[in-house]
Design a protein around this ligand. Structure first.
Ligand code: GLU
Length: 300
């Protein structure tokens, strides 16, 4: 199957430097392998996502020279497919209705799997695979990754009716024939649960390549929540690309010779892309257990 990669931003703010690094890493990996590259807007969390952020992300990526092999996919236009996947999991008893609240879960673990939930109550839908979830996966950069155990049941649909990221992401990566998911290391901990969702739905899981995270001065991941500045407000498109290339350890000396436009930088950078140069400092060693995780192991 032809290599197909993607960038899947959540439009809860404008594109910041951390998102640019992820977009660039995913793009260069795909183009360096003569693969396909897709863009998907993950806008299901409607209280956080705004259409003006979607528009600004699309515009910023265009200014930065990115191109895609298919029309941009907008998740909010596809909710029927996610509902169908949830229906499939409910029918195979790999999901259940849950009336727990965040507060009640602090007091006691969810027991809804074994209860009849009255349909007039507000409920969420949670995942309970019929097999034991592996607490590990192979990462192209980090090798064998172990994640910790948790007793949480992954939420597939929220009690306010919104489809959860993990379900939608798995369904779309499957439908879009994504062969390798390149994204930030903050999603390492949830990867085994996503792999379990692929398996429960009868899909083949993609390969994974988690990139180092861009941290702010306080050591936190750059994010819209901690008010990361939009990258194109901080610097020119060309400087942003070169800085992101350097963050990914790539050689930028070739760009000093003459003036390049962003699209030319991307093309040349893809031709010179060297996976081995991506730095390891921000990554944990492969044999270290990731603590913050929602992986539930060995329950069945
Ligand atoms: N939408 C997620 C984010 O912006 C990325 C999900 C993914 O790449 O799997 O953090």
């Amino acid at each position: 199957m032809k290599y197909t990669g993607r960038f899947a931003p959540t439009p809860s703010g404008r594109l910041h430097f951390g998102s640019l690094v992820t977009a660039l890493g995913a793009y260069l990996r795909a183009r360096s392998l003569n693969g396909r590259f897709l863009l998907r807007i993950e806008d299901l969390d409607t209280p956080r996502c705004k259409s003006e952020y979607t528009a600004s992300i699309l515009r910023d990526l265009e200014i930065l020279g990115f191109d895609y092999d298919e029309e941009v996919k907008i998740q909010s236009a596809n909710t029927k497919t996610y509902e169908e996947a949830i229906g499939q999991l409910l029918a195979s008893h790999q999901a259940f209705y849950c009336t727990c609240t965040r507060k009640s879960l602090k007091d006691h673990p969810c027991r809804c799997q074994h209860r009849f939930v009255r349909p007039d109550l507000r409920y969420s839908v949670r995942f309970c695979p019929s097999f034991t979830v592996d607490c590990c996966f192979e990462d192209i950069l980090s090798g064998h990754v172990l994640t910790g155990k948790s007793t949480d049941y992954l939420q597939l649909k929220r009690s306010d009716g919104l489809i959860a990221y993990n379900l939608a992401c798995v369904v779309d990566d499957h439908l879009d024939h994504i062969t390798e998911v390149v994204r930030g290391s903050d999603l390492i901990a949830i990867t085994p649960q996503q792999n379990a969702l692929y398996r429960a739905l009868g899909f083949a899981a993609p390969d994974y390549l988690h990139l180092p995270l861009v941290l702010n001065a306080q050591g936190n991941k750059l994010s819209k929540q901690n008010h990361a500045t939009p990258v194109l407000e901080e610097m020119s498109p060309l400087d942003a690309l070169l800085k992101a290339l350097r963050f990914l350890g790539q050689d930028t000396t070739v760009f000093a010779e003459r003036d390049f436009c962003c699209a030319q930088v991307l093309k040349l950078a893809a031709a010179h892309f060297d996976l081995q140069r991506i730095p390891v400092e921000n990554r944990k060693p492969a044999d270290q257990v990731y603590e913050k995780t929602a992986v539930r192991c060995g329950q069945k």
